[in-house]
Design a protein around this ligand. Structure first.
Ligand code: B3K
Ligand code: ZN
Length: 870
């Protein structure tokens, strides 16, 4: 892909400190829909002795004035992307006046309009769309902001820090000023103007400071704000008890907006949220929505220390704040809810989509080395694998040493922009552990494979594990070095008890560090069944030739919830792999008798809580199964999985029905138990509908009629949709009639349509012109188009290329209007490594066509180029 104006790569190792510092900036933002005036007055200081010019970043700005120390300055050059100022004194006040067009900003980066409100998104490099600035995270300045706007349309004018003044202006306008006492990089700047309903509350920190909590939502949505507020208070309390960290300002504001590219943003004192992660009541939100709101509110709050007080030196260090903050939000969810279920859900995310990313053209280390468009690196690798790396540190060090490391890190770097290396050094010093080899997790891309073989010497009572590790080559990283991998294991006897050696249970974490290593266990009285990689102790693929009997034993008896779930997943995977082979040879797959028996035991095991049973009984999705093959025909994979679902459902039908009935006893309310009962009931209903559509139709219609909560109603609809029950169309129509005015709720409906097993593409195409749909809203686009491409593999990867052609049409449009959203949607098209050759060819041809688009944005350019050069 030779491009005349190919975008520039940036390399981690090229980092240089800035030539100038900016110590403070006073922003004056005069809001008008299409012509907002921004005056930025900065205190600038030369960094060291040199004659370099000051080069400020800026995109899509209309420059109207430059002054130095109050005098008009002519020694400047404005070029695309930058403003170069020369002949500057060593310290000066820089005044820059620009004009921007928020109403025309469809990319939702910088200052833009969401519905009738103004809001901002500056991370990673959006501030340069507001004014010319040193838009890099290692330049920390004190911000003050004065906002003026029409008072009737925008009664609330918000920015970071504390409110310092307000007043009336001519023509019905007013102003409010804000000051943030904490120096910060510009990516944490935020501004909001609008008319909202406001939920107010307060939190008293453990040192007795009262913090005002303000939650701003669209008018009429106050009845959906309570859960987010409760989640915020829980987050604040949890960070005090578990990490000893207190909030540092007198006010914490959250604003929910409808148009947002990501989940939420941790701007200092003024979080801006995708409304999806704020609004909930039982009629509109599912249990999953409730859970996600608590998690994301927590995540953004936890950033106040891990992200804001200590930020990143450069964007290559992104995982420093994101991996650590995801780890913190996962711990928050686990401390407040079920640790086992949380661990399983996190493992699903890593083993499915993250492993796929690691195996695809965008594979990168959690600390990337080369980037074209930074927004492309807010990835599962940086976030989720990044969190797994922190979790491994936690496993190796233990809670106390880990917390000591966190204290050292935060104490040492408070108010600074730090690196991943700074973090590891603090962990190393606080714990006294040598983390030299462990550091490779930061620099090496790809998913390591841990191959384990074992032997038992009955005579000597010795059990040996031979462990070898290897990491497949990834783009630009052909050679891989051995990693330090914590391998948690327990040994079980035939009765499912943990084996004792010298009176001590064999349940420990091994340090795997060599390419090949043997571990010996003495005093082992019988041939053990090993539970390997308990708790998913490292983000690796485990290769061990488990027999069906071993997996069955672990599924029934392992003490670790993750291990039980993992055993079930492996049983399912084994069956699917066999079935795909059989189908390829035109043979009928064997009936999964044994699998149905063990899964039925799980279903009926009342010692396990319902949420865990639901997780174990949820088969891996087609896309995560795809990742377990080298290459496979997605049609056969789909067939195999469907066949398994139907056979299991038929074999377990009476047990499913009675489990479904007994879930109904306890499924009312918001308690964890009720949530678990609803989850298990949902799994049962899906399977029952597949086994016996007439019965399913009756149960679904009844659940739909009698329940008003979104979780149960949606579960009914999901079952109807997946099994194509007779009632499906009528219920979908009812849902639409009830909720067409509410985009967030309708997203559920769009997702179902996109996953419809029959004629999905025709449906999806038709829905592009549905009155509730809009390609300019990222939530709608992800719900309809994103779900179709990522969760309906048979339709998306259709052999006639129709799915790819559809995505290409959408991307052509979004490339112009919202490149970030386009770039996220393209993922299933570039990850073609597991598909058969014909489909790989089709995908490449589609990518080649896209590569020829005029004005291809950097976002898509980077991904397409990487995919095509594979
Ligand atoms: N830090 C933001 C993500 C910003 C994304 C920029 N493309 C949300 C978060 O991780 O908390
Ligand atoms: Zn984050």
């Amino acid at each position: 892909m030779a491009h005349l104006s190919a975008p520039q790569e940036k390399h981690r190792l090229d980092y240089q400190p800035p030539h100038y510092w900016i110590d403070s900036i006073d922003l004056d933002v005069d809001l008008h829909d299409s012509a907002t005036r921004v005056v930025a007055i900065s205190q600038v200081r030369r960094n060291g002795h040199h004659n370099e010019p000051l080069i400020l970043d800026g995109e899509d700005l209309l420059l109207s004035k430059v002054a130095v120390n109050g005098q008009p300055w002519s020694a400047y050059l404005a070029e695309p992307g930058k403003l170069t100022l020369s002949q500057l004194p060593s310290e000066f006040v820089l005044t820059i006046e620009t004009q921007i067009d928020p109403a025309g900003n469809t990319a939702l980066e910088g200052l833009y309009q969401s519905g009738s409100a103004f809001c901002t998104q500056c991370e990673a490099e959006g501030f340069r769309r507001i004014t010319y600035y040193l838009d890099r995270p290692d330049v920390l300045a004190r911000f003050s902001t004065r906002i003026s706007a029409d008072k009737a349309r925008f009664p609330f004018l918000l920015s970071n820090g504390n409110r310092t003044g307000s007043g009336e202006l001519a023509d019905g306008r007013h102003w409010v000023s804000w000051q943030d006492p904490f120096p910060k990089p510009c990516y944490l700047f935020a501004l909001v103007a609008g008319d909202f309903d406001l939920l107010q509350d307060s939190f008293t920190t453990r040192s007795g400071r009262r913090v005002a909590l303000e939650l701003y939502v669209d008018k009429g949505n106050l009845d959906r704000a309570g859960h987010a507020m409760a989640s915020l208070k829980k987050s604040m309390a949890w960070d005090e008890t578990r990490f000893g960290l207190e909030y540092d300002l007198d006010i914490y504001m959250i604003v929910a907006v409808d148009f947002f590219n990501m989940g939420a943003m941790e701007n200092k004192g003024l979080n801006i949220f995708n409304a999806k992660f704020v609004l909930a009541n039982p009629q509109t939100a599912t249990d999953t929505d409730y859970f996600d709101i608590e998690r994301v509110i927590g995540h953004e709050y936890f950033h106040n220390w891990t992200g804001n007080r200590v930020t990143c030196r450069d964007w290559f260090q992104l995982s420093l704040k994101e991996g650590l903050t995801v780890f913190r939000d996962q711990e928050f969810s686990s401390d407040l809810g079920s640790r086992g279920v949380n661990r399983i859900r996190n493992a699903r995310l890593v083993q499915g989509p993250q492993f796929a990313e690691d195996a695809g053209p965008m594979a990168h280390p959690i600390r990337p080395d080369v980037v074209i468009e930074m927004n492309n690196f807010y990835t599962l690798t940086v976030y989720e694998k990044g969190s797994e790396v922190i979790r491994m540190l936690h496993t190796l060090l233990g809670e106390d040493a880990f917390q000591a490391g966190i204290r050292l890190y935060l104490g040492r770097h408070d108010g600074q922009a730090a690196t991943c290396e700074d973090f590891v050094c603090a962990m190393e010093e606080a714990s006294g552990r040598d983390l030299k080899q462990f550091r490779r997790w930061y620099s090496q891309a790809g998913t390591p494979v841990l191959t384990v073989r074992d032997e038992y010497d009955a005579h000597q009572q010795i059990y040996r594990l031979h462990v070898s590790q290897s990491t497949p080559a990834t783009p630009r990283q052909p050679e891989k070095l051995p990693l330090h991998i914590p391998l948690s294991l327990a040994l079980y006897d035939e009765q499912g008890r943990v084996i004792q050696s010298d009176g001590v249970a064999v349940d420990r974490v091994l340090d795997v560090q060599e390419p090949q290593q043997t571990f010996e266990f003495t005093g082992i009285g019988e041939k053990p069944v090993p539970a390997l990689l308990q708790e998913f102790s490292a983000p690796v693929k485990l290769d061990y030739p488990f027999s069906e009997a071993q997996l069955t034993l672990l599924l029934g008896h392992a003490q670790n919830d993750y291990s039980r779930w993992d055993a079930a997943q492996r049983l399912v995977q084994n069956w699917i792999h066999q079935a795909v082979e059989q189908l390829a040879r035109q043979q009928a797959p064997a009936v999964p008798v044994a699998l149905a028996r063990v899964l039925q035991q799980v279903l009926q095991d009342s010692r396990l809580d319902a949420a865990l049973r639901a997780e174990i009984l949820t088969l891996p999705s087609e896309s995560s199964l795809l990742e377990t093959f080298n290459q496979v025909d997605v049609d056969l994979l789909h067939k195999a999985r469907q066949q398994l679902l139907r056979s299991l459902a038929t074999a377990m039908q009476p047990a499913l029905l009675s489990a479904y009935r007994s879930c109904q006893q306890g499924w009312e309310g918001l308690s964890a138990e009720a949530v678990g009962q609803r989850a298990l009931a949902g799994v049962c209903l899906q399977l029952l509908s597949l086994a016996d559509p007439a019965l399913g139709d009756e149960l679904v219609a009844c659940q739909w009629r009698e329940q008003s909560g979104m979780t149960l109603r949606l579960a009914a609809l999901q079952a109807a949709n997946q099994a194509q029950l007779p009632c499906r169309d009528a219920l979908m129509a009812e849902f639409e009639a009830q909720w067409h005015h509410d985009g967030l709720v309708m997203d559920n409906w769009f997702r179902l349509q996109a996953q419809t097993p029959v004629a999905a593409l025709t449906k999806v195409r038709g829905l592009l012109s549905h009155p509730s749909f809009s390609l300019s809203n990222p939530n709608r686009t992800r719900a309809l188009v994103g779900t179709f491409c990522s969760a309906n593999p048979v339709a998306f990867h259709a052999k006639d290329g129709s799915g790819y052609a559809f995505l290409a049409e959408i991307l052509t449009e979004l490339n112009r209007t919202n490149p970030q959203v386009a770039s996220r949607l393209i993922t299933p098209l570039i990850q073609f490594q597991r598909l058969d050759n014909d489909r790989q060819q089709l995908a490449r041809q589609t990518l080649q066509r896209l590569a020829g688009l005029p004005d291809l944005a950097r976002d898509l350019f980077e991904k397409i180029e990487r995919a095509l050069s594979q």
